[in-house]
Design a protein around this ligand. Structure first.
Ligand code: HEC
Ligand code: HEC
Length: 149
């Protein structure tokens, strides 16, 4: 009886797996009409502009986009390359924007002496840009009331 039961469970699980597999084959991904279980050609490396003017923000709370290449800038446990230019200690020397005051606050609104852990991984929010064709159209419009237009 016990064997019968487990056989029944296995059959059900297998059935569910099969259903999902046939669904997966129908998914059309942004990579084009390819089988999702096949390796794809890696996309061409994009060329990031080396350095540019700050990029206009689209809404008040937007993390500013990075106007320079970040190719070899590593963020590790003991060192953060971004902070070597953007920290309050170094920003003047490199003529970089200093990190925002908000980056010193922890989640309980305590103001810390150093960058808060939740703002340590800069690229979680700040991303560089390339002049590339968008994969999907973006119709975002800022709320004019707060953008002051
Ligand atoms: C070698 C110094 C240097 C390093 C390292 C560096 N930056 Fe910058 N960054 C600058 C300078 C200088 C600017 C001001 C604009 C310009 O001249 O490119 C800037 C601008 C920015 C801005 C735009 C600020 C605004 O107000 O629009 C962001 C965001 C930024 N950097 C994020 C980063 C992140 C994230 C990293 C790490 C992955 C990083 N930067 C590493 C020098 C640096
Ligand atoms: C959780 C998201 C998040 C992380 C992580 C983060 N930032 Fe930001 N950053 C923002 C937002 C949102 C703003 C704009 C609003 C503000 O000032 O808080 C901003 C603003 C800035 C500015 C512009 C400040 C100004 O006065 O205009 C700089 C420079 C910057 N961040 C650099 C960094 C660096 C360097 C790191 C990593 C040490 C980092 N940020 C980590 C979200 C983030």
């Amino acid at each position: 009886m016990k064997h019968l039961k487990s056989l029944f469970v296995i059959t059900i699980i297998f059935g569910i797996a099969l259903t999902f597999q046939s669904r997966a084959a129908e998914v059309s991904s942004l990579r084009g009409p390819i089988d999702l279980d096949q390796d794809t050609k890696s996309p061409e490396m994009k060329k990031y502009p080396k350095d540019g003017e700050p990029i206009v923000r689209d809404y008040v709370q937007q993390p500013p986009l990075v106007p320079h290449s970040i190719a070899r800038y590593k963020i590790k446990l003991k060192s953060n390359k971004c902070l070597s230019c953007h920290s309050w200690k170094n920003y003047r020397q490199y003529d970089a924007t200093k990190i925002s005051q908000t980056h010193f606050e922890d989640r309980d609104d305590n103001v810390l002496a150093n960058v808060s852990a939740r703002r340590y991984f800069c690229t979680q929010c700040h991303v560089p840009q390339v002049d590339a064709k968008p994969l999907v159209e973006n119709e975002f419009k800022p709320v004019t009331a707060i953008s002051g237009e």
